[in-house]
Design a protein around this ligand. Structure first.
Ligand code: ADP
Ligand code: MG
Length: 214
């Protein structure tokens, strides 16, 4: 079984921070079409604070769950808007079942993501088809857990990210049922949901790190 150590999570978090810088304008542009134009700004502010924290962290004494809890709390406290608390709860809750561990197997990693997404559902109360990041996450997870996690982990994760990307495409024709873009009604049709785009791109960071290693 493929094992993931703390370095995998640290490298992924640093790459996510870099992604947030690179995609800042793109995510903000998407949000300016159907929201208030701050999605990229929110995530770049949040992940800059995360980077600061990683620099100051005593890595040796922190387990994976503790690391994620810190990241989650930072996003929750530093980011305004809906996405800060939502991504914040993702990281806060992702480590619930792996407390104390400094290394986990691939299935436990997938379950972490499931726990994190459950927290987004719990907090945001959105459903599939509401034109949110969940339109990427939920179908993606379904594909992930139908895949052969034990024997083909990287292929499984590739299928997960591909389905998330497709889920983001599927938000384009939808009317928004949650968040700021709700009041746009039919004017939201034809525009991609910004959170569904950042969501698949963040998960793609894990994929790139997996491909580097395995
Ligand atoms: P805000 O909407 O407060 O300006 P952002 O622009 O940073 O915050 O994030 C907007 C994104 O958050 C949306 O594109 C959508 O994907 C996601 N979102 C908003 N509300 C919810 C919710 N209730 N559940 C899940 N995701 C949501
Ligand atoms: Mg916004």
């Amino acid at each position: 079984m493929l094992m993931l150590d703390k370095q995998f999570f640290l490298d992924s978090l640093r790459d996510m921070a870099q992604l947030a810088e690179e995609q800042r304008n793109h995510w903000t542009k998407l949000d300016s079409e159907i929201g208030d134009g701050d999605h990229g700004i929110n995530l770049s502010i949040g992940f800059r604070a995360v980077t600061k924290q990683l620099d100051a962290l005593d890595i040796e004494s922190t387990d994976i769950a503790g690391l994620y809890k810190k990241v989650g709390m930072t996003l929750l406290s530093k980011v305004g808007g809906a996405s800060g608390p939502l991504y914040g709860s993702f990281f806060m809750k992702a480590g619930t079942n792996i407390a104390g561990l400094h290394e986990i197997n691939f299935r436990q990693f997938c379950e972490m993501i499931q726990e994190g997404v459950d927290a987004i559902v719990f907090r945001g109360k959105a459903q599939i088809g509401d034109k949110t990041m969940l339109d990427a996450f939920l179908p993606g997870l379904e594909v992930l857990f139908q895949s052969d996690l034990e024997n083909e982990p990287v292929a499984a994760f590739e299928a997960f990210v591909a389905r998330m990307k497709q889920g983001s495409d599927e938000t384009i024709p939808l009317i928004c049922k949650k968040g700021r873009a709700m009041r746009l009604g039919e004017r939201a049709i034809g525009h991609r949901d910004p959170g569904s785009e950042s969501a698949w791109m963040f998960m793609n960071v894990y994929l790139e790190q997996l491909k580097k290693r395995f």
